[in-house]
Ligand binder design. Structure first.
Ligand SMILES: NC(=O)c1ccc[n+]([C@@H]2O[C@H](COP(=O)([O-])OP(=O)(O)OC[C@H]3O[C@@H](n4cnc5c(N)ncnc54)[C@H](O)[C@@H]3O)[C@@H](O)[C@H]2O)c1
Length: 278
């Protein structure tokens, strides 16, 4: 029997016994990275290409989509950059059906559109509604809009699948720095991860999230550029540093592989031990 969510003919049984690492590879699988032109999404696309997947990099910024797809392709395999606004249903429907037309299947969606917290820091008692709505559009709506047609395609394909969301330690930890909308949005992502896991298990689709602390990326460069802010963060992290995009990719590959076929509805902290101290 294939592992939960794995396509028939996947490397289980004899193949997995002779080469246990084959269960961590994604040869023959098609992975869509939403927000794949961003810092974390781009690292994800390259990592998935490196373990044999066909990678569709989706971003609303054309140059980012193209550059990330090129970087992923340099590691071998097939990659394509696609432009779409993933807050728009028509765009999301289009790229999923183009993917099925081109490759015949969709096995994994990684939702890496999001962020924005550092751009809209306001006191909680006066948090502006337009900033709140923007953060929700960027983080929650984009995840919902991208995932729905992707999962419909996985269900129609009958081969199971994988959804990987990106939450944050902010889903569980408050921070006294004007983050109301972001913590609420990431809390919604974590809750949706658990809800979707319960609904889509019957289709062989697992749904998990990673929850990083600060990752050294352009999104948070301004915040981390303030030495006292950075020291305050790093001093609370037992491993003594912020994350890197490379810290995230191994977990992403694992959670989207056959090796994680019995793991669903989980939010994996990637935070150097930060949440362990709370
Ligand atoms: N950077 C961090 O420290 C950190 C920490 C924890 C969680 N995260 C989360 O990781 C995810 C990725 O963060 P990042 O640092 O890579 O951000 P990023 O800004 O580098 O990447 C986001 C990408 O999404 C694209 N995008 C934005 N709106 C879009 C839309 N409507 N349609 C299609 N593409 C769109 C952008 O063009 C960009 O390329 C976010 O959800 C963020 O909240 C980041």
């Amino acid at each position: 029997m294939p592992a939960l969510g794995s396509p028939p003919g996947s490397p289980t049984g004899d193949a997995a016994e002779t080469d246990p690492l084959s269960r961590f590879r994604l040869d023959g699988r098609v992975v869509m990275v939403a927000g794949g032109g961003g810092a974390i999404g781009s690292a994800m696309g390259s990592a998935f290409a490196g373990v044999g997947a066909t990678v569709v990099v989706v971003d609303r910024t054309p140059e980012r989509a193209a550059e990330s797809a090129d970087r992923a392709c340099a590691l071998g395999g097939t990659c394509k950059g696609v432009v779409a606004d993933l807050t728009q249903e028509a765009d999301a429907d289009r790229i999923v059906s183009e993917t099925i037309d081109a490759y015949g299947r969709l096995d994994v969606i990684v939702n890496a559109v999001g962020g924005g917290a550092g751009k809209v820091l306001f006191d909680a008692e006066a948090y502006p509604r337009d900033a709140w709505d923007w953060i929700y559009e960027l983080n929650v709506r984009s995840t919902l809009v991208a995932t729905q047609p992707a999962v419909r395609a996985m269900i129609a394909g009958g081969r199971g699948g994988r959804v990987l969301n990106i939450s944050s330690v902010r889903a569980t930890l408050g921070i006294n720095a004007g983050y109301s909308a972001y913590v609420a949005a990431k809390g919604a992502i974590s809750s949706l991860t658990r809800q979707w896991a319960t609904e889509w298990a019957k289709h062989g689709i697992t749904v998990n999230a990673i929850a990083p602390t600060f990752v050294d990326t352009p999104q948070v460069a301004m915040l981390l550029g303030d030495p006292s802010f950075k020291a305050g963060i790093v001093n609370r992290i037992p491993i003594g540093r912020v994350g890197t995009t490379d810290d995230l990719t191994g977990a992403a590959i694992f959670l989207c592989s056959d090796a994680a076929g019995f793991i669903t509805g989980q939010i994996l902290g990637i935070d150097g031990g930060l949440t362990a101290t709370q």
